[in-house]
Design a protein around this ligand. Structure first.
Ligand code: PXP
Length: 237
């Protein structure tokens, strides 16, 4: 199972001072050297952490795999098509939210999502849709023509008992099978950390985990390289 590391939080620290460090581009280099399989970044409409400059430089510097999280807007489609990340993950975006709170509602926005997927794929960008582990959303995602779905693991991460956690795992597993049966590749992420990642890492059909907050948070204490290596070890164990 591959590990994609989301480096937005490095830019969040930089933006707390509005200066030029710490640099998320430097972070991406260290993350790759530590064994991550890809870099994930989210260019938000309000540019609250990652900037256009960061994204362009990441495209130059990242050797493994660059995944851009983006809203399905004309501005972002234009930027993605110009810069050409390896993958674009469509996420819902609300200005007030602290992080991406829920999955994309593909069922109720099928025309817009389908059109966005088509435009990105025409630019030779692999497309992923970040959705809740829900059968109707998976079916709509297949209809939208996406390559991947990324299953939102937030409910699993926030489960308050072992039973609830098992239930969420079982839902994630059956949704991963359902997506694979429809010909979709599957990744997962959100809220995964050093204590809950192994439950997800043992599931079938999930090719990649995308993890940000817990890795960058641990890096404050252990350094970024050690934080990435430890997560990679837990996933492959
Ligand atoms: N995947 C997607 C689509 C996300 O939006 C995020 C958060 O930026 C993540 C994965 C990583 O979540 P976390 O920071 O909780 O590990």
């Amino acid at each position: 199972m591959r590990l994609g590391v989301n480096i937005d939080h490095v830019a969040t620290v930089r933006e707390a001072r509005k200066i030029n460090e710490p640099d998320p581009v430097a972070a991406a280099v260290i993350v790759e050297l530590a064994g991550a399989d890809g870099i994930v970044c989210h260019l938000r409409e309000d540019r609250r952490h990652l900037s256009d400059r960061d994204f362009v430089l990441l495209k130059e510097v990242v050797k493994s795999h660059l995944n851009l999280e983006m809203a399905a807007t004309p501005e972002m489609i234009k930027i993605a098509s110009r810069v050409q990340p390896d993958m674009a993950t469509l996420v819902p975006e609300k200005r007030q939210e602290i992080t991406t709170e829920g999955g994309l509602d593909v069922v109720n926005n099928l025309d817009l999502i389908k059109d966005t997927v088509m435009k990105l794929r025409t630019s030779n960008i692999i497309v992923s849709l970040f959705i809740n582990p829900d059968l109707e959303q998976i079916k709509a995602s297949a209809r939208a023509g996406t390559d991947y779905v990324e299953l939102h693991t937030g409910r699993y991460a926030e489960a308050s008992s072992a039973n609830e956690q098992e239930e969420e795992l079982s839902t994630l597993q059956s949704m991963a099978y359902a997506a694979a049966k429809l010909g979709l590749s599957v990744s997962a992420g959100h809220g995964l950390n050093y204590y809950n990642v192994q439950g997800i890492a043992k599931l079938d059909k999930i090719e990649e985990l995308n993890i940000g907050h817990s890795i960058i948070g641990r890096a404050i204490f252990t350094g970024l390289e050690a934080a990435v290596r430890e997560m990679k070890r837990l996933i492959s164990e």
